[in-house]
Design a protein around this ligand. Structure first.
Ligand code: HEC
Length: 413
């Protein structure tokens, strides 16, 4: 009895002593931190920085506080352990997540051979600065990042989750219109090129600055309703709709938009989007857009389609611009390594708005596209894609030989 009891008793006493020593250390750390580090600025909360960041910060402030090596160690230990505990309690890490993607492309048509191109390099950092404030910052370099319009802040926003299911987003964001923009990265977009309707009317990738109240409601165990309600500077003053995107702010008018998505398990999503804003410098004429999208998972293939219609008011006697288009896509993954995708799309774009600097020749597009794509994934985050794109010229143009082969090598990291 004694022989067994003694080690247990000793162990218990040791634990008690170690525990007391630890909390005494923590107390000493807290006091030292308060006295040494709040002289010039209020002491930062330990949770303001991650456990990984604190040692470097304390080291950089060592001279300001004239710390001894012992004091530096005690303060660092205190901040690191408090920050770690905070992360454990809330279950989320405050460390930023870094990532990005890049792709290189090659295109060939009967009229033109395009060289290899470092088309796109995107880098992002995202994370939580508190339990309910999230940030996302994405920086992009196009065509080797030769400067000017080839260098962008793709996204830079804060999400403040005022309720577990409702957030206010402020900053530079992708406009929540239909869904394609959220899938435009080269791993999510299964085909090399983007759908014509998403390029010309959905103006992918459509970035703008504003405020978006978004969130979701769970209707039952399987169904939920997502929503976005936003105001942004809006599209304006380009040579056509696509040329009117990317942080242009030509007038005081704020555009308004909304999107709803009904989602059922992982099988079905249907959604609708609206957008309205003045797009001329003098704020006289409206641009209105309606979008519908749907994603359906079937045993045979994943189906995805989008429709967009846009109306641009013009000065009399010009008619309103009428633009519309759609695409439907079917895709299937085989053996986790190979993907076959077919897309069909049409675009009818006619806007005579030349008095606002828009170019009717540039706007006039009537075409169909039939695209066959094949992807090989050596690993899930890398893709080798090849496509064959058959263009039809539609009613207003004469048929020409402009079918295209596209190749893309893409990595997400
Ligand atoms: C002599 C004044 C002074 C003292 C003492 C001082 N600081 Fe600072 N601290 C500053 C100034 C000035 C800045 C802002 C400029 C900078 O980052 O160097 C700053 C910035 C910081 C930041 C923000 C860094 C960032 O990059 O956002 C942290 C965290 C910080 N101090 C922690 C500490 C800690 C921990 C101590 C104690 C070891 C301490 N400070 C002591 C002057 C001081």
């Amino acid at each position: 009895m004694m022989k067994r009891g003694l080690p247990v008793l000793l162990l218990f006493t040791c634990t008690l002593i170690v525990g007391t020593v630890q909390s005494a250390q923590a107390q000493q750390g807290a006091m030292l931190y308060e006295t040494k580090c709040s002289r010039c600025h209020a002491a930062f909360a330990p949770s303001d920085y991650t456990a990984e960041e604190w040692p470097g910060i304390v080291r950089s402030m060592r001279a300001q506080s004239a710390l001894t090596a012992d004091e530096e160690r005690i303060i660092t230990d205190f901040l690191v352990s408090e920050s770690e505990q905070m992360e454990e309690r809330s279950g989320i890490s405050y460390k930023p997540v870094l990532g990005g993607y890049l792709y290189t492309e090659y295109f060939e048509t009967p009229a033109a051979k395009k060289n290899f191109d470092i088309h796109y390099l995107a880098l992002y950092a995202s994370g939580w600065v508190s339990e309910d404030i999230y940030y996302f910052a994405e920086f992009e370099l196009e065509h080797g990042g030769t400067g000017g319009s080839n260098t962008f802040v793709e996204q830079a926003y804060l999400d403040y989750w005022v309720k577990p299911n409702i957030a206010i987003r402020v900053g530079a964001m992708l406009a929540p219109f239909n869904r394609f923009d959220e899938f435009h990265d080269p791993i999510s977009n299964f085909i090399v090129t983007r759908p014509q309707v998403s390029r010309e009317l959905g103006v992918s990738a459509w970035k703008d600055v504003g405020v978006n109240i978004h969130g979701y409601f769970n209707l039952n165990a399987d169904a939920s309703l997502g929503f976005d309600l936003y105001t942004i500077n809006g599209l304006g003053a380009g040579s056509n709709l696509r040329g009117s995107r990317q942080y242009r702010d030509n007038n005081e008018d704020m555009a308004l938009g909304a999107r709803v998505n009904l989602m059922y398990s992982d099988i079905l999503e249907v959604g609708a989007s609206l957008y309205q804003g003045k797009w001329d410098d003098a704020e006289l004429y409206d641009l209105r857009m309606l979008g519908v999208h749907s994603l359906i998972r079937t045993p045979l293939a994943d189906l995805y389609g989008e429709y967009i219609s846009a109306t641009s008011e013009n000065e009399a006697p010009l008619d309103d611009g009428e633009m519309s288009g759609y695409f439907v896509q079917g895709t299937r993954l085989f053996d986790q390594k190979y993907r076959a995708t077919v897309r069909y799309g049409a675009l009818d774009y006619l806007d005579p708005g030349d008095q606002f600097g828009r170019d009717p020749a540039k706007g006039d597009k009537d075409l169909t596209e039939l695209v066959f794509g094949f992807t090989y994934y050596p690993v899930p985050r890398a893709a080798f894609k090849i496509e064959y794109n058959i263009f039809g010229e539609g009613d207003r143009a004469t048929e020409e030989d402009n079918n295209q082969i596209g190749i893309q090598i893409a990595v997400k990291f």
